[in-house]
Design a protein around this ligand. Structure first.
Ligand SMILES: [Mn+2]
Length: 260
């Protein structure tokens, strides 16, 4: 999938791994504030925006948390373009949410053409090849058969299953199991075949700028947790330099997102 940025765009934001849930009020508030204040022409939400998503029918529940989030996005979509990619937590976000939120769903990966350059966008989990157990789980839950079966369950049962999966993943985290990183060779192969020297992704919660090979690099997005000490959350911003017109990437603190 290739997305050609309109000529009018000057500034594009990338965020991921907000893991929004009602119990994390400071992070939810920071997200709403961010949508309200960012000067970006477009915002790319690169996965795991929600801690969990068990089906778009949660939007039919009155006063649901998900409905509030969709409304905040819908409001922002009046002024800027919003794009959403699935993460490993919210891969069941569907056309219903896209419509309610004013977001355009993007396949993973997507090539963004902006500022006369090509940028590869991904959540990142599909390249964590060392985590073979996760890769097997991913292949299962991304299959049409598994998804139709899961979505056919009553909502409370889906929510219970999601809680169980989450408890298991927390237990794994507590046990100190090492988290896989993206496989460099696999990233490089895709970057070369798509002619994209820069990969932007989330998922690992380890913000950095890595050289993959000569002329190829990847930027890793930060997760958001406004209750952590120190609080985490920033934006990776791609903007056209006012003087040269060339695109530049930089991390921007949430307090500075209103400044172009
Ligand atoms: Mn993830």
């Amino acid at each position: 999938m290739e997305l050609l940025a309109p000529e009018s765009w000057r500034c594009v934001d990338f965020i991921s791994d907000l893991h929004l849930q009602r119990s994390e009020a400071p992070t939810v508030a920071a997200f709403q504030q961010y949508l309200h204040t960012t000067c970006a022409d477009a915002v790319f939400l690169l996965g795991d925006i929600f801690e969990v998503w068990v089906g778009d029918d949660v939007l039919q529940q009155a006063h649901s948390f998900e409905t509030e989030c969709a409304a905040a996005l819908r409001h922002a979509s009046d002024h800027k373009a919003l794009y959403l990619m699935h993460g490993n937590r919210d891969f069941l976000v569907g056309a219903g949410f896209a419509q309610a939120s004013g977001c355009t769903l993007l396949p993973d990966p997507t090539v963004l053409c902006f500022g006369a350059q090509r940028w590869l966008l991904s959540h990142g989990d599909a390249w964590c090849l060392d985590d073979t157990a996760y890769m097997q789980f991913r292949a299962m839950v991304r299959s049409t058969a598994w998804q139709s079966h899961f979505l056919a369950q009553p909502l409370p049962e889906r929510q219970a299953l999601a809680r169980e999966l989450r408890t298991r993943s927390e237990a794994q985290k507590q046990s100190g199991a090492a988290y896989a990183d993206l496989d460099s060779a696999a990233c490089l192969a895709v970057m070369q075949s798509l002619h994209t020297p820069t990969l932007i992704h989330g998922h690992t919660h380890r913000p950095a700028h890595h050289t993959v090979a000569a002329g190829y690099s990847r930027w890793v997005l930060s997760d958001w947790d406004l209750q952590a000490q120190p609080p985490r959350g920033d934006v990776l911003r791609l903007r056209l330099d006012a003087a040269t017109g060339s695109p530049q990437l930089q991390r921007v603190a949430l307090t500075d997102v209103a400044t172009p």
